[in-house]
Design a protein around this ligand. Sequence first.
Ligand code: NAD
Length: 256
Amino acid sequence: SLKGKTAVITGSTSGIGLGIAWELARAGADVVLNSFTDNPEDHALAEEIASETGVKARYIQADMSKAESARSLIETAGVCDILVNNAGIQHVAPIDEFPVAKWDAIIAINMSSAFHTTAVALPMMRKAGWGRVVNIASAHGLTASPYKSAYVTAKHGIVGMTKTVALETAREDITCNAICPGYVLTPLVESQIPDTAKKYDMTEEEAKQKVILERQPSKEFATVEQIGGTTVFLCSDAAAQITGTTISIDGGWTAL
Ligand code: NAD
């Protein structure tokens, strides 16, 4: 059980981050949810997790595109035994047409925010004598697709950061690993379906099966519960010697 541990999950009002928060809470960890907004719904998500699972849950607003607010998230949490760097956005365009502002935002949110949160969380983990960092990378942290230059660059970067943090903490009871999901049906992916369907003149269902899942040999989406369960595993004693590596949850994508 993760009872007594506190987990901070960046970008956790939706999709994978929210799924991870639920699984960590079901495993007994107190959870801190985060996004850049400050809506009643955000706080309500934390209340729902607390009332369903009995753990302590709170929501802290912080924009992962900004260095200072990424750092302030961990400072405001005050304790961070488990850090899940999950916040991420996507933009698809050829590199010669890729908007500079989108490049900067993707590098900041998907990659640099993990540098800032990890830098502030590690001293807390050292003080506690235990810590787990789980970075949500992607199959695109191990392989590329056209038109996703910023995303692929940021995800490869986070895999490199994962290895570095693992080496810097190797002699301590702290591990750092990356999970590399293939396609998971979250709002991030759902938002790509209408455009894909239009582009290939297909129904949305055909676009899902024939285009989105084209590279996923299982022809099934991974689920947020599976990503959450793997995060819980990485926090378990069985995973204490797993550090500096990647775990793919991609239905065979990176085996191709
Ligand atoms: P999502 O859009 O459903 O959720 C993203 C979350 O990040 C939301 O809670 C959003 O509010 C938050 N967020 C966005 N910008 C933020 C900011 N500036 N500051 C703080 N929070 C911010 O996306 P998702 O599919 O759940 O993706 C989560 C992570 O998983 C991302 O890093 C993504 O790259 C990765 N991933 C997703 C898939 C997939 O198929 N869905 C596959 C591989 C990796």
